[in-house]
Design a protein around this ligand. Structure first.
Ligand code: E4P
Length: 217
């Protein structure tokens, strides 16, 4: 499973990228607003740092303006994936941009039917939002499973990009289901390294290091 990092914070992307943990980046208008940066500038900086796809989201609601915004975003770098919402206008924009050879990430997906439409419209990525479904006591992981089944049934090449990930368990669950990509905030990716038995085991080893006066350097 590929790891995308879900942030527009340059330092956090760099830290994970230096460790080889970043296959791509996703942003959205809320993450751009949080960064306090200009969308075009910060997106260009991320694209220069990362080899993989960098999602940048349109902000218009009608297809014509979305398409113009998407074309402008696509000009930032070759690794831009234009992110469009899963609305009818978003699907129209997805089809037009993918026909022009631009990668498209269709976002705000909450049902298998929406994912089916995005694949038909030529989406490179579909972003089902796990956490926001879980917040409503619905099953976000079941949606990932359903989309996996449907895409595999018909050989759709659209990649399942599990989004709105809130926990380390979401990451392993998505990997077990077979999501192509998971995008997560840096804190969630770092939390994947944690285990209480690792901490306990290390504390025991350190106590023995102290007791025996073990030194290496
Ligand atoms: C990524 O593409 C999404 O915009 C993001 O994962 C949404 O996450 P949230 O539901 O935690 O805001």
């Amino acid at each position: 499973m590929k790891f995308f990092v879900d942030t527009a914070e340059i330092d956090q992307i760099r830290e994970l990228n230096d460790l080889g943990m970043v296959d791509g980046v996703t942003t959205n208008p809320s993450l751009i607003a949080k960064s306090g940066r200009d969308i075009l500038e910060v997106t260009k900086e991320i694209c220069d740092m990362i080899d993989g796809p960098v999602s940048a989201e349109v902000v218009a609601l009608d297809a014509e303006t979305m398409l113009a915004e998407g074309r402008k975003l696509a000009k930032i770098a070759d690794n831009i994936a234009v992110k469009v919402p899963l609305t009818w206008a978003g699907l129209q924009t997805c089809k037009a941009l993918s026909d022009e050879g631009t990668m498209v990430n269709v976002t705000l997906c909450f049902s298998a039917n929406q994912a089916l439409l995005a694949a038909k419209a030529g989406a490179t990525f579909i972003s089902p939002f796990i956490g926001r479904l879980d917040d409503l006591n619905m099953d976000g992981l079941e949606l990932i499973e359903d989309i996996r089944t449907i895409y595999d049934n018909y050989g759709f090449e659209t990649q399942i990009l599990a989004a709105s990930i809130r926990s380390a368990n979401h990451m392993s669950d998505c990997a077990k289901i077979g999501a192509d990509v998971a995008t997560a905030p840096p804190a969630v990716i770092k939390a994947m390294a944690n285990h209480v038995l690792t901490d306990k085991g290390l504390a025991g080893f350190m106590a023995d290091v102290e007791k025996a006066g073990i030194k290496i350097l």
